[in-house]
Write a protein that binds this ligand. Structure first.
Ligand code: GLU
Length: 420
C-alpha cells in the first residue's frame, strides 16, 4: 500500500531490514537467504456472486513466511491495494513480531484485493467464505491461524471459522482468532493492539522521563488500534489527544480532543472529519503536528525521507505495520526521536490472539482482568528486552527488536537443523 507519490515495495523494505540486522549479528549467507524468502505462498482466484446477480473474480493470497518457532500466525486484509509483495512483507513482519514478544508462532499474512467499503454485507460474506474455502487446506489450529487486519473484523473471523468447521464436520474455534466472544473469542482481544501500544509508550516514557499526564498525542488512523490507544492513553495516563485522522482527513485541537466523543462521531458520520470544535488538517499534517507522542496507526510507508525531518514528537509508536521507511529511520534516530517499532508497539494484538488460541485449545476461558494482566506482563517484558538490546548494541529500538527477534528465529532454525 505504497503512498501514491513514490510507489515503494514493502517487501524490499522488509528484506532491507533483515540485511541490516544480519550484518549486525554476523549472520552467514545461507540462513540470511532463508530469512529473506517466504516458505510458502498461495494465490487464489475465485468467483463471488454479487448482489445484482453478476459474478466477479477476486484474487487473494496467503503467505506463510516462516514456521520454525511454531504454527504461522497473522491477519487477513481486505483492501484495493493488496499485492503479493505487500502480503509477503506483512508475513515477514508477523514472523519477527511473534518472536519479539516470544510467543510460539511463526508468521503469515493473507489479503484479498477488493474494496470492502463498496461491498454489501452479503457480498463480503460470500467473498470471505469462498476465500476461506480456497485456503482451507493450508490453515488450521496447528498450521496457520488467521486473524483480523485492515478492514476485516470479528464477523469476518466468524464466517471463516464457520466455513472451515462446516468442511471439517465439527467446530474448530482455534482455526482463527479475533472471533466474537460467543464463538470462543477472548475477552480483551478487540482492544489488545491499542492497549499493548499504550503499555509500551508508558514504559518508554518512564525511561525518557516524559510525564504522560497532559503529554500531547497525535494519531494517524482512528481505526481499531488508533482509537483504543487514544482512549487508554487519555483515560489511564491522562494524556491529551490533540490530533487524529482517518482515510478522509484529520482534525486538530491544541486544547485536546475527547477520544470517546470522536469515536462516537465517527461511528455515526463515518469519519472523524467535521468533528465539532476541531480544526480540519490533512493526514500529512497529523504526522507533523507538534505533539510529544506520534502514533502512526494506519498503513505502510507514511514516514519517508521527505517528511521525517518535520516530525516533532519525542516518541513515535508504530501501531500500524511498516509505517516508517528505513531511510526515514535514520533521520528520526539522528533527531533523537525514540521509535517504538511496529513489531513491538502493535504486538499486543497477536499476543492476545495467542491467549485466545490457547483458551480455545483448552476449552477454558479467562476473565478480562487475567487477559489484560498477562498482556501487560508480555508487553513490559518485551519492551525491556528490546530496550536492553538497544543499549547493549548502541542501536535504535527497531534494529534492537529485529536483532532480538531474528536471533530467536535463527536459534530455532539452527537447533531444528535443515531438512533433510
Ligand atoms: N493483524 C494483526 C497484526 O498485524 C493481528 C494478527 C494476529 O492476531 O494474528 O499483528
Amino acid at each position: 500500500m505504497a503512498n501514491t507519490e513514490s510507489p515503494i515495495n514493502p517487501f524490499e523494505t522488509a528484506k532491507q531490514q533483515v540485511d541490516i540486522v544480519a550484518d549486525l549479528i554476523g549472520l552467514e549467507g545461507g540462513i540470511r537467504e532463508v530469512l529473506k524468502h517466504p516458505k510458502r505462498e498461495l494465490t487464489v482466484n475465485f468467483p463471488v456472486r454479487m448482489d445484482d446477480g453478476s459474478y466477479r473474480v477476486y484474487t487473494g493470497y496467503r503467505v506463510q513466511y516462516n514456521m520454525a518457532r511454531g504454527p504461522c500466525k497473522g491477519g487477513i486484509r481486505y483492501h484495493p491495494q493488496v499485492s503479493l509483495d505487500e502480503v509477503r512483507a506483512l508475513a515477514a513482519w508477523m514472523t519477527w513480531k511473534c518472536a519479539v514478544v516470544n510467543i510460539p508462532y511463526g508468521g503469515a499474512k493473507g489479503g484479498v484485493i477488493c474494496d470492502p467499503k463498496h461491498m454489501s454485507k452479503g457480498e463480503l460474506e460470500r467473498l470471505t467464505r469462498r476465500y476461506a474455502s480456497e485456503i482451507a487446506a493450508f490453515i488450521g489450529p496447528e498450521m496457520d491461524i488467521p486473524a483480523p487486519d485492515v478492514y476485516t473484523d470479528s464477523q469476518t473471523m466468524a464466517w471463516i471459522m464457520d466455513t472451515y468447521s462446516m468442511q471439517k464436520g465439527y467446530s474448530v474455534p482455534g482455526v482463527v482468532t479475533g472471533k466474537p466472544i460467543s464463538l470462543g473469542g477472548s475477552e480483551g482481544r478487540g482492544e489488545a493492539t491499542g492497549r499493548g501500544c499504550a503499555y509500551v509508550i508508558r514504559e518508554s516514557a518512564k525511561d525518557l522521563g516524559l510525564h504522560l499526564k497532559n503529554a500531547s498525542v497525535a494519531i494517524q488512523g482512528f481505526g481499531n488500534a488508533g482509537s483504543v490507544a487514544a482512549n487508554i492513553l487519555a483515560d489511564e495516563q491522562g494524556a491529551k489527544i490533540v490530533a487524529v485522522s482517518d482515510s478522509r482527513g484529520g482534525i486538530y485541537n491544541a486544547g485536546g480532543l475527547n477520544p470517546h466523543a470522536v469515536e462516537e462521531f465517527k461511528k455515526k458520520s463515518g469519519s472523524v472529519v467535521g468533528f465539532p470544535g476541531a480544526k480540519a488538517i490533512s493526514n500529512e499534517e497529523v504526522l507533523e503536528t507538534p505533539a510529544d507522542i506520534l502514533i502512526p496507526a494506519a498503513l505502510e510507508n507514511q514516514i519517508t525521507k521527505k517528511n521525517a525531518d518535520k516530525i516533532r514528537a519525542k516518541i513515535v509508536a508504530e501501531a500500524a505495520n511498516g509505517p516508517t521507511l528505513p531511510e526515514a529511520d535514520t533521520v528520526l534516530f539522528q533527531k533523537k526521536i525514540t521509535v517504538l517499532p511496529d513489531i513491538l508497539a502493535n504486538a499486543g494484538g497477536v499476543t492476545v490472539s495467542y491467549f485466545e488460541w490457547a483458551q480455545d485449545i483448552q476449552g477454558f476461558f479467562w476473565p478480562l482482568a487475567e487477559v489484560n494482566s498477562r498482556l501487560e506482563r508480555v508487553m513490559v517484558q518485551s519492551y525491556n528486552d528490546v530496550h536492553r538490546v538497544a543499549g547493549e548494541r548502541k542501536v535504535h529500538h527497531r534494529t534492537a527488536a529485529y536483532a532480538l527477534a531474528i536471533q530467536r528465529v535463527v536459534d530455532a532454525i539452527r537447533i531444528r537443523g535443515i531438512y533433510p
